[in-house]
Write a protein that binds this ligand. Structure first.
Ligand code: Z5A
Length: 211
């Protein structure tokens, strides 16, 4: 039978500063899509369980001091080591929601003073997201959500620099969601955006790549 192709899954990326609600919203979107019977998985970067991910985890918890360039390349390698699986899932029609991606990679390293274009280069060729949801919350407001955590970048000076870099990276097709809204209001807006992106993928079969 010639049956219609199931279409590829959408790559839906969540970005934003610390405490902007990415983890809350990725989980809510995942639960909602599962309840709708969609083929979907929830991912995150860094993926701390791999060999490279364990080195990143140790770095974030302040265990070791790597040059900024070296940790940047490890974050990118962490995406590359999972990229074959990511591509095959998307091709098989699974939608992947991910909490952070290459934009965080560039924003954090550029915030430390590395050249923006140098920062972008190791991620060239990774799957291009079908939808980037930017959870927009100014770090001053984020700080009021019970304070930042204990990890290396979780302080107001760094978060302000990162927020500034995200503004530079922001592209016209990013979906900027006001992250000072309630959890439920954000979710309703994001659900609509995600369903649109997933529908769009059935008519846009070819997966393109960054940047
Ligand atoms: N990093 C990098 O340098 N290079 C890279 O390539 C990548 C990452 C991929 C680890 O990231 C660090 O790695 C991160 C970037 C860097 N460093 N920093 N910062 P991570 O993703 O593991 O950690 P995180 O970004 O710090 O996540 P987070 O603290 O969990 O923030 P979040 O996911 O955006 O927020 P949340 O957990 O959903 O919510 C935070 C709190 O606010 C929580 O108490 C919620 O209950 C509350 N909340 C959530 N939504 C709302 C609303 N709408 N109203 C009120 N309160 C809310």
């Amino acid at each position: 039978a010639t049956g219609s192709s199931p279409g590829r899954g959408a790559l839906i990326v969540f970005e934003g500063c610390d405490r902007s609600g990415k983890t809350t919203q990725t989980q809510k979107l995942f639960d909602c899509l599962v309840a709708m019977g969609r083929k979907v998985e929830l991912w995150r970067f860094p993926e701390r369980t791999t060999g490279v991910g364990k080195m990143i985890d140790e770095y974030l918890k302040s265990g070791n001091n790597l040059p900024d360039e070296a940790i940047h390349l490890l974050f990118s390698a962490n995406r590359w080591e999972t990229a074959p699986l990511l591509k095959s899932k998307l091709a098989a029609g699974v939608t992947i929601i991910t909490d952070r991606y290459a934009y965080s990679g560039v924003a954090f390293s550029a915030a430390k003073g590395l050249d923006l274009n140098w920062c972008k280069s190791p991620d060239i060729g990774l799957p291009l997201p079908d939808c980037v949801v930017f959870c927009d919350l100014h770090p001053e407001k984020a700080a009021k959500r019970g304070g930042f955590g204990e990890e290396r970048y979780e302080n107001i000076d760094m978060q302000l620099k990162v927020y500034h870099q995200f503004q530079k990276l922001r592209q016209s097709d990013w979906k900027v969601v006001d992250a000072s809204q309630s959890v439920d209001d954000m979710h309703e807006e994001i659900k609509t955006l995600a369903l649109e992106a997933m529908d769009h993928c059935t008519s846009k079969p070819q997966q393109r790549s960054l940047w």
